[in-house]
Design a protein around this ligand. Structure first.
Ligand SMILES: [Zn+2]
Length: 420
């Protein structure tokens, strides 16, 4: 299932879901970031509503039920209430949020982040996809640039039914789990700069193969997970590109995303530190340059106490208010970890002209023609920031999320689980 946010397919699905909401007798409103809410009035409309819902966009290879279960399930709840002539004290709202997955415009849970005030509407509107289309343009194009204010009132409670996104509950024969929190998430981008050279004529020991570093990082991450040193660490390299990307050319660049999750903040920090050490070590051993850039980081976030099964009732408004704030996402721009300072590379180049430890003088390395000269030091008066601007643009966004607003069905009732 591929239904990227604000694509034609998403727009069609949105219109279909809205038609079901309307048929169920609900009033629909669309806000300025394209979030859709449908209301079934309660008897006291001054009270905060009970909100249910999820998302209907998908990743490029999404399952049919991810997100949609929470939206269509919520509509079914309203239909059932209608059929049984049940009145409720509070309004019931069914909602779905724009670009929950974050795959098209690069910021996950975008619609809920704007609603919660963790990203401004202007910043969200300005985000672009790989083809340069902005969120704002796509909202207009699909007709979902709604008039409703983007900061919705805080609901009395939020209920989201979600499929299990892992094998744990099913394996244990448990039908329903309750999320107790969202584990810490860290996204980083590793850029490796080696040297392109001929695949056939460059001996192995002369190479500065960016692809090799990428491969080693992937294996090291897996070993970190297997070691148990970092608790229940989960590490994923989901995206990797090599340059120049030719069959017979040793890669001179490798760019990979590194996604870490951990239910314990301290173990997450330890894993990040070890990863940095690993990258430093690989950099030194292989004579390359590396840059580790922060894309997003969010600490562990626990659900409200009332969400635990031992609690008899739903959270009160005061619970909501007191528990709602989560640890503020770590938005501090992390200084890029630039390994192999230029003087090291220079030293290595000088060493190349020294007698080889085994007594063989290394010939000068082959340089690929047309390779832009590597800028080693910023020109006088130019800050290192200018240097970073000459590198590929790095988008740095914290991983926004409405905490406490979400109540995914977890794949592991005892552990924390990310939404998405
Ligand atoms: Zn989902």
């Amino acid at each position: 299932m591929k239904r990227l946010a604000l694509s034609d397919e998403d727009a069609e699905a949105r219109r279909l879901v809205i038609s079901w909401m309307t048929k169920a007798g609900m009033e629909v409103r669309i806000d300025q970031i394209g979030n859709v809410y449908a209301t079934r009035p309660g008897t006291d409309r001054t009270l905060p509503c009970v909100l249910m819902g999820s998302h209907i966009d998908t990743v490029p290879t999404g399952g049919a039920f991810d997100g949609t279960l929470g939206v269509l399930g919520a509509i079914e709840v309203v239909r059932t209430l209608n059929e049984n002539h049940v009145t409720t004290l509070r309004d019931i709202e069914v909602g779905f949020f724009t670009e929950e997955e974050g795959v098209r415009f690069g910021t996950d849970m975008l619609g809920s982040a704007v609603t919660a005030g963790r990203i401004t509407l202007d910043d969200a509107h300005a985000l672009t996809d790989d083809d340069g289309h902005t969120v704002a343009d796509e909202l207009v194009r699909t007709g979902f640039d709604g008039p409703a204010h983007h900061r919705r009132p805080i609901p009395h409670a939020y209920i989201e039914c979600h499929i299990e996104q892992g094998p744990i509950l099913a394996g244990a024969g448990v039908e329903v789990g309750l999320v107790t929190g969202v584990q810490s998430i860290s996204w980083q981008r590793l850029t490796v700069r080696g040297e392109a050279a001929h695949a056939g004529t460059t001996p192995i020991e002369y190479r500065h193969d960016a692809g090799l570093i990428a491969a080693e990082v992937i294996v090291k991450l897996r070993r970190m997970c297997d070691s148990g040193t970092y608790g229940a660490l989960r590490a994923t390299v989901g995206k990797i590109t090599f340059g120049p990307g030719q069959t017979n050319v040793i890669p001179d660049t490798a760019t990979l995303t590194i996604e870490l999750r951990n239910p314990v903040d301290q173990q997450m920090s330890a894993a990040e530190e070890h990863l940095a050490d690993v990258v430093r070590d690989l950099t030194a051993r292989h004579g390359v340059q590396t840059t580790l850039d922060r894309m997003a980081k969010r600490p562990l976030c626990r659900s409200t106490n009332r969400c635990k099964s031992s609690s008899p009732g739903p959270p009160t408004t005061s619970d909501w208010t007191t528990h709602r704030p989560c640890p503020v996402p770590d938005t501090t721009p992390r200084k890029s970890l630039r390994s192999a300072p230029p003087h090291d590379l220079r030293r290595r180049r000088e060493q190349r002209n020294q007698p080889h430890p085994q007594g063989v003088l290394k010939p000068p390395r082959l340089r690929q023609r047309n390779r832009p000269p590597r800028q080693r030091n910023p020109p006088a008066g130019q800050s290192s920031r200018h240097l970073s601007e000459s590198r590929p643009r790095v988008l740095c966004f914290p991983n926004y999320q409405i905490r406490g607003l979400r109540a995914h069905v977890s794949s592991d009732s005892s552990a924390t689980q990310s939404s998405g």
